[in-house]
Design a protein around this ligand. Structure first.
Ligand SMILES: Nc1ncnc2c1ncn2[C@@H]1O[C@H](COP(=O)(O)OP(=O)(O)OP(=O)(O)O)[C@@H](O)[C@H]1O
Ligand code: SF4
Ligand SMILES: [Mg+2]
Length: 358
């Protein structure tokens, strides 16, 4: 956790980020079946900042827009609107292509499925060497080899593993290879999109420990995405809770888990899986009650209102803005109006979170 003072400067700022996807039916369907153009508002005005050296987590159910945030930040998607600012520089407004490439080197991404992100035809040594070559970070073959060996050791693999192919490794080892490849570019900022979700619980803990050690060793800043609140509790300093393309609550991790304000955060906390549970006992994804609305046609007002026990007429018509309440940023009319009960009083265990046993 971060010390209270001095407050580190933001390394990354996401301001009013929107990303819409055109999901219109084909021209033929539009003409013959009179179907209309349609778009998914995957992100509809997301703003947050990540401070130097911290782990900022994004959590929310499947489809809420977590990966879209990640992909916009690392440049895989172009934002529909809004800006992404890294160390004060707007990514869409770099002075030259070289400046963009140099800045992109400093942000790397780790994906959920390490197998899909590693070329199966390449030996591990080549996979890890590629960013070193691309960014001109090794002057000759001997330096390149030594650096790849060093990276393999940093992720607790051996230099001999460099001669193998990805399929010769377990899921956890493959994620170590992905991490080594990401570290090769000497980044400051790692975007980690569900990096342990595909792994067994014991392996998951090893990878999380490795990531924590690397963060300390290299002063890394993480954006850590997960749908698993137990993992989020373990790794993050601050948390943003997303629902249908918007942030509904942003708070320090301890604060969020002990004093959740938004009704959606409270529901999520009720269904928290335990890190120490046997793999077979883990709940399936999306355990929160009620249906997630169709993102092509989200409900008016607060998009959580069809599932919210505290919804009133204002909630059905007026979208709530993120406002500060008791040190937390929260978008909820009931919080603003002071009509939300204390955590745990009406929504069972919410607010009564017990950290996973060691
Ligand atoms: N390339 C795309 N084309 C059309 N729609 C998309 C595309 N990518 C994402 N979406 C839609 O945008 C919304 C947000 O998707 P996103 O993948 O960001 O969610 P997520 O929170 O990462 O979900 P998960 O937990 O399942 O990974 C979803 O409704 C999804 O269907
Ligand atoms: S704004 Fe209204 S509907 Fe939305 S979470 Fe708050 S109380 Fe529930
Ligand atoms: Mg995702």
């Amino acid at each position: 956790m971060l010390d209270s003072a001095p407050m580190p400067a933001p390394l990354l700022e996401v301001r009013g980020l929107k990303r819409y996807f055109d999901v219109s039916p084909s021209l033929l369907e539009r003409v013959l079946q009179r179907k209309r153009h349609a778009s998914v508002k995957a992100l509809d005005g997301v703003s947050f900042s990540v401070r130097q050296g911290e782990t900022f987590a994004l959590v929310g159910e499947s489809g809420c827009g977590k990966s879209t945030v990640a992909r916009c930040i690392v440049g895989l998607y172009r934002p529909t609107a809004g800006s992404i600012v890294f160390e004060g520089g707007d990514l869409a407004d770099m002075p030259s292509r070289q400046a963009t490439i140099a800045l992109r080197r400093r942000m790397q991404m780790i994906f959920q499925d390490p197998y899909a992100s590693l070329d199966p035809r390449w030996r591990v040594r080549r996979i890890i060497a590629e960013p070193l070559v691309t960014h001109g970070l090794a002057q000759d073959r001997a330096t390149l080899r030594a650096r790849v060996d060093e990276l393999l050791q940093q992720v607790r693999l051996s230099p001999a593993d460099g001669d193998k192919y990805p399929h010769e490794f377990s899921g956890g080892q493959r994620q170590r290879i992905s991490i080594a490849r990401a570290l090769a570019a000497r980044p400051d900022f790692l975007v980690c999109d569900e990096p342990t979700s595909a792994l067994d619980v014991s392996v998951q803990a090893q990878i999380l420990n490795l990531m924590r050690d690397l963060q300390r060793e290299f002063g890394l800043t993480y954006l850590f995405i997960s749908h698993n609140l137990a993992v989020i509790y373990q790794v993050s300093d601050r948390v943003g809770v997303m629902y249908l393309g918007r942030l509904v609550e942003v708070a320090d991790t301890d604060r969020l888990f002990t004093h959740p304000l938004h009704p959606y955060t409270r529901l999520l906390l009720e269904t928290i899986p335990r890190l120490d549970a046997a793999a077979g006992d883990r709940p399936e994804r999306d355990p929160v009650g009620g249906e997630v609305p169709n993102p092509i046609d989200p409900p008016p007002g607060c998009s959580f209102h069809p599932r919210c026990p505290f919804a009133n007429e204002r909630c059905r018509t007026e979208p709530p803005e993120l406002i500060e309440a008791a040190g937390t940023l929260v978008a909820c009319h009931a919080v603003e109006e002071g009509r939300l009960p204390e955590p745990g009083s009406q929504m069972s265990s919410a607010g009564g979170f017990h950290p996973p046993a060691p």
